[in-house]
Design a protein around this ligand. Sequence first.
Ligand code: PMV
Length: 308
Amino acid sequence: MTVTASAPGKLIILGEHAVVYGKPAIALAIDRRIRCTLSKASETTVNGKAFDEDKHPYLKYMLRSSEHPVRIETESGIPPGSGLGSSAALSTSFLRALNKLNGTDIDDGTLAKDAFDVEYTVQGGASPLDTSASTHGYGVALNAPEDAGRHLWDISINGRTWSVRDIAIPEMTLVVGYTGLHAATGPLVEKVRRYKDRNTFAADIVDEIGRTTTDGLDALRKGDLVKLGKLMTHDHKLLSILGVSCNELNKLVDASLRHSYGAKLTGAGGGGSMMALTDEPEKVCEAIALHGGKPFVVRTGEHGARLE
Ligand code: PMV
């Protein structure tokens, strides 16, 4: 028996870093997916090669309870380390396929919790934003007010609980600009924590990101892309003040603004990717390429982790 599942990557449209302190955050699934094909085998292999635990920490953790070796084939349309949720998409697609291979169909709430456990353990701390967006697809918000959308599930770990809601999103075209720089999430989260512990000014910035995200939920509900774009650009400034942007990201954001409703870094920052909300994607792609970034157009409205 062979089982295939795929799952989307994501963009954080507002609220990264502040979500660590209980503020709301919004993520959208994008039309870039990871596909995992699994079958029972006599030894575990990954894309035709013997399984090397050190190279594949996520697979190592997810295979810990597998009763038999697995032949694993993966295909990815998400650049690794780009801040677009490749590890979450790997975890959600792999777990959906592995459960099916073992004769179980798990519901989305269980999948989101299990995939978050993988991210949390392997990465050493994370919010469940990426894994919930990859599981559910479309748009999700964490820590959002009750009227923001249908409650999907709660996720708890170490005494903390996040509530996850489905949010309606208008059709949008976004251009992603990948800096080509890989920056690990953990140290950037720590940097903000140190800044915030030392400085009440940094705590004010985190509060302001929270308010900006709440306004963003309202703009999304109304389909007001002009307002949403302004909020995104404002959020980028706040994240820069927190010290998680970098020259490469700032250059790509600046270059995109002429042809966009707004632009910001997405994810942890320090490298990775930025995104611009636009209805002139070709012009934004040109501007990003001219300033040293790797552009690609993404569309929203993408479904979540699914068996194929
Ligand atoms: O680097 P990413 O795309 O996993 O995003 C990290 C987002 C943070 O808010 C900085 C951390 C988190 O786990 O929510």
